[in-house]
Design a protein around this ligand. Structure first.
Ligand SMILES: Nc1ncnc2c1ncn2[C@@H]1O[C@H](COP(=O)(O)OP(=O)(O)OP(=O)(O)O)[C@@H](O)[C@H]1O
Length: 358
């Protein structure tokens, strides 16, 4: 649906040049919710604004369906932008206009007949749950209500794409959740493609299907959100994930395991979806004579999919533990060996396999 190829953006600040984007490539599919995450200054907003040409890329191509946005003239661009809604962190509402007039503004710009405007605005206010506030002014609304007005306004021209620039960053966690629920509902009901920029992993975890991680103008990682959570590739992605999942085993637990005198291996066991990790582990002692002792774990929900990471102390002989690991993998779990318990030695699975197969 959206294809961005080799996008670079250089801003001039006095005689200085700022390279905000460096050869960014991105593909967003029809109907998905795509997140762009990164630290401040990474280039997220610039990339988002290159989709609707609020910023023109210095080089590169932006295509929406078959339309090449980068080659449109101003009139064509104005037309094309009607199919791309946008919402902002600070809502950007007209303070001297009522809620109704704010939502009606894009329709008045396109000379929509009055009756039609009334019908459309009332439908939109109903959709965002603000029918009762039609005659209120923005100053009389809460932050969450203001963003609902922003969302209703962005939908007035029935866009195919909604761009969200830090749309929940000014809101408290509860209000954030309600706005995310609303975005998910309109994504489903209207089959709207949503691209959102955020620095909060919670937003990515709750509503996104795919994600791009940005750093210093580069997209350093992109893919399905589940993959990012279960197999982050870059230190920056790992840092973002650690803001909601504790990936480090506490020293206290490690100390206990290191002092253990019986043989065993410490491993991280990851699973996605309903694989029934607990019964699988429980059955190991009867099947393989290996006792799994779950020491630590995180289980989170990533857009309605359960995703877990357990630190397990497998007590028993190493060759049997390797069989156990292969057995778990057959059922869709991933296991990564972290430590040879008796030797207190951090090992990789490769060196472990080499050692026991000698
Ligand atoms: N209009 C501009 N003129 C000059 N430099 C700019 C302009 N807009 C952005 N920049 C610079 O481009 C870089 C990327 O900015 P951008 O706003 O895209 O990052 P971001 O990841 O969205 O950051 P934040 O999360 O703080 O909004 C930054 O170094 C920023 O200072």
């Amino acid at each position: 649906m959206i294809v961005m190829k080799n996008i670079s953006k250089i801003y001039s600040r006095g005689d200085k040049k700022v390279e905000a984007l460096r050869s960014a490539n991105l593909t967003v599919n029809q109907g998905e919710i795509f997140g762009i995450v990164g630290y401040s200054g990474a280039g997220k907003s610039t990339l988002l604004r290159c989709i609707n040409m609020l910023e023109r890329p210095t080089t590169g191509i932006v295509k929406i369906r078959d339309m090449e946005m980068t080659s449109l003239n101003d009139t064509q661009l104005q037309q094309a932008r009607r199919k791309i809604g946008m919402i902002f962190q600070h809502f950007n509402l007209l303070s001297s206009s009522t809620v109704f007039m704010n939502v009606a503004a894009p329709l008045r710009l396109t000379n929509t007949p009055k009756k039609e405007i009334e019908k459309k605005v009332s439908e939109l206010l109903n959709l965002v749950g603000l029918s009762e506030q039609a005659s209120a002014y923005p100053s009389q609304l809460s932050g969450g209500q203001k963003q609902r007005v922003g969302i209703a306004r962005s939908l007035a021209n029935e866009p195919e794409i909604l761009l969200c620039d830090e749309a929940t960053s000014a809101l408290d966690p509860e209000t954030t959740d309600s706005i995310l629920e609303l975005l998910m509902a309109i994504n489903r009901q209207l089959n709207l493609t949503i691209v959102l920029v955020t620095h909060e992993m919670n937003v990515i975890k709750k509503i996104c299907d795919r994600v791009a991680v940005m750093e210093k103008g580069l997209i350093i990682e992109q893919g399905h959100v589940i993959d990012l959570f279960t197999r982050p590739q870059t230190p920056t992605a790992k840092k973002f994930i650690s803001t909601i999942i504790d990936t480090q085993l506490p020293d206290k637990i490690l100390e206990i395991v290191k002092n253990q005198s019986i043989p065993g291996l410490l491993a991280r066991v990851g699973f996605v979806g309903d694989v029934g990790a607990a019964p699988l582990l429980a059955n190991l002692s009867s099947q393989f004579h290996i006792q799994p002792n779950i020491l630590y774990g995180n289980i989170i929900e990533v857009k309605n999919t359960i995703c877990g990471s357990l630190i397990v102390n497998f007590i028993g002989q190493h060759d049997k533990i390797l069989k156990v690991i292969r057995h778990l993998e057959k059922y869709g779990l991933q296991a990564e060996i972290l430590l040879d318990v008796k030797q207190s030695e951090v090992i990789t699975e490769k060196s472990f396999v080499e050692r026991i197969s000698v």
